[in-house]
Design a protein around this ligand. Structure first.
Ligand code: CUA
Length: 159
């Protein structure tokens, strides 16, 4: 069978790209241990209310950590607990969230916070709120008939 020279170059290029890509992903996943962030911590979805820190949703000041506050959310159809929270301007906040029932989204509109909340898993994201104002948290995973009613608010205020 005769293969044209350019065809050969193109095939070698394509296969090389595939090998390089799979090597990068493979080393990252199996050697460096990188995983999607939502798979690092698990929780029994039936015991969310009794499990720390989800037994006390809301904003908590913490000491001796890389962040100043922990903002804990429990999602369930069709609401977030807390429904509204005030965060001091400039605070470094670790958002910790989970869901009690089905998959929900956790998107803070106008920021780069966008997490998927899966039953049995804890989703976390650390960020600094450096712009005052009101931020809307919306569910961006279809979760049922009340999906479009599911929201919460973060108010970033100067203290
Ligand atoms: Cu919760 Cu859509």
């Amino acid at each position: 069978m005769h293969i044209h020279k350019f065809e050969k170059i193109w095939l070698i290029f394509g296969i090389s790209c595939l090998v390089i890509f799979l090597s990068v992903v493979g080393v990252s996943a199996f050697y460096l241990g990188n995983k999607p962030p939502s798979c690092l911590a698990t929780i029994n979805p039936e015991k969310v209310d009794e499990t720390k820190p989800f037994n006390k949703p809301g904003l908590h000041k913490v000491e001796g950590k890389e962040w100043d506050y922990e903002l804990v959310y429990v999602a369930q159809a069709f609401s977030y607990n807390p429904a509204q929270v005030e965060v001091p301007l400039g605070a470094k906040v670790k958002v910790i969230a989970t869901t009690k029932d089905v998959i929900h989204g956790f998107e803070v509109a106008g920021t780069n916070i966008n997490m998927m909340l899966e039953p049995g898993y804890i989703s976390e994201y650390t960020t600094t709120f450096d712009k005052a104002g009101e931020y809307l948290i919306v569910c961006n995973e279809y979760c049922g008939s009340g999906h479009h009613l599911m929201f919460s608010k973060i108010e970033v205020v100067e203290k």
